[in-house]
Design a protein around this ligand. Structure first.
Ligand code: CU
Ligand code: CU
Length: 361
């Protein structure tokens, strides 16, 4: 019996999420039980061994385990509790029809909730992680300004642009700004990020976002969402909040793997869709290091457009790999009412918070 069959035949939502999200889903499971304020911790867990490990590896066996038995987060690791104070709006913003776009981004420090109650001293574009979704159209000219309102050097790198790195992507100091224009020649779901060294650190601390370039001829109408997958690597900060942990970044041992900056936020507030409606997901993997195995449980992607370019089409896809620094656009129609989790199918990381829900009703 595969996971989907488990959902359809035997399991209620609580247990199903326990399968889909592993340890992380325990948070949502607890919330679903109606114990407000409780939130099963997400974090490193005791690994079962021998036969127990084999049993735990079976979805059916996991389904029969009680969520109350989920082990706690490791000592010294962030332990989510309660609910996220705010939700990053995943809806694709409307397209401004003016072909000359004026875009200003501010690099600034910001206190960001990486998981419920886990506040991070982050570096950001615009005060959110990810930064604001930028939407333009193929052929547009972008008049761009980066202002550094932060406390160290920062820079910009648009994957959607063709422009000299040594001139336009150079680091600017606090209170400086840089201005340049570029043309969006290729449609797609692109990453933007700070490229100041160590890039690993600037990205992992929150300096990334998505720029969606619509094809010149446009997409057919759909319900459209933008999801940016990324990792948080944390250590306890002097102020009681959490700071980025460069050693954990280098070791690629994340505390959380998230969509749009916060663990499990689209379990707390699912993405809406109607039965049979065309859904288009623009997914960018900001990394900085892990690959995404993007998958929606209980659904099949009718079309996947690698890097979000309609010239690249794959049909009938179950799971699609998005590299760090890459993107893809997914189209699907879900015929039946129900809940459909989207995840990275790399399950060691799914369990760190990379689970959201498409709620079809
Ligand atoms: Cu930076
Ligand atoms: Cu890059």
């Amino acid at each position: 019996m595969n996971t989907t069959e488990v959902l359809r035949t035997a399991m209620g939502r609580r247990r199903f999420l326990g399968i889909a999200g592993g340890v992380a889903a325990a948070g949502a499971v607890t919330a679903a039980c109606g114990t407000a304020g409780e939130y099963e911790p997400i974090g490193p867990t005791k690994a079962p061994s021998g036969n127990a490990a084999q049993a735990a590896a079976s979805p059916t066996a996991m389904a029969s385990s009680d969520h109350g038995a989920m082990p706690p987060a490791g000592a010294g690791r962030p332990s989510p509790s309660g609910k996220l104070a705010s939700i990053y709006d995943a809806a694709l913003p409307p397209l401004d029809p003016n072909p000359n776009k004026v875009i200003v981004l501010e690099a600034k420090d910001a206190l960001i909730e990486a998981a419920a109650g886990v506040k991070v001293n982050a570096w950001s574009f615009g005060g959110t992680v990810p930064g604001p979704v930028v939407r333009v159209r193929q052929g547009d000219t972008i008049d761009f300004t980066l202002r550094n309102r932060g406390t160290m050097g920062h820079s910009i790198d648009f994957h959607a642009a063709q422009t000299p790195w040594n001139i336009n992507y150079k680091t600017i100091l606090p209170n400086e700004e840089i201005h340049f224009t570029w043309k969006a020649n290729y449609p797609g779901a692109f990453m933007y990020h700070c490229g100041t060294g160590p890039v690993l650190q600037h990205i992992a601390n929150g300096m990334y976002g998505a720029i969606i370039v619509d094809p010149a001829e446009g997409w057919r109408p759909a319900r459209e969402y933008v999801l940016v997958e990324s990792e948080w690597y944390l250590t306890k900060g002097a102020d009681g909040n959490w700071d980025g942990d460069f050693a954990r970044m280098q070791a690629a041992t994340p505390d959380f793997v998230v969509f749009n900056g916060a663990a499990l936020q689209y379990q707390q507030q699912p993405l809406a869709a109607a039965p049979g409606e065309l859904i288009r997901l623009h997914v960018v993997n900001a990394g900085p290091t892990l690959f995404s195995a993007f998958h929606t449980i209980g659904a099949i992607f009718d079309r996947v457009y690698p890097d979000g370019n309609p010239a690249n089409v794959l049909r009938g896809m179950q799971t699609y790999t998005i590299p760090p620094g890459g993107g893809a656009t997914f189209e699907l129609e879900i015929p039946d009412v129900g809940q459909y989790p989207f995840v990275t199918h790399s399950f060691a990381y799914t369990g760190l918070g990379a689970v959201g829900i498409i709620d079809v009703k």
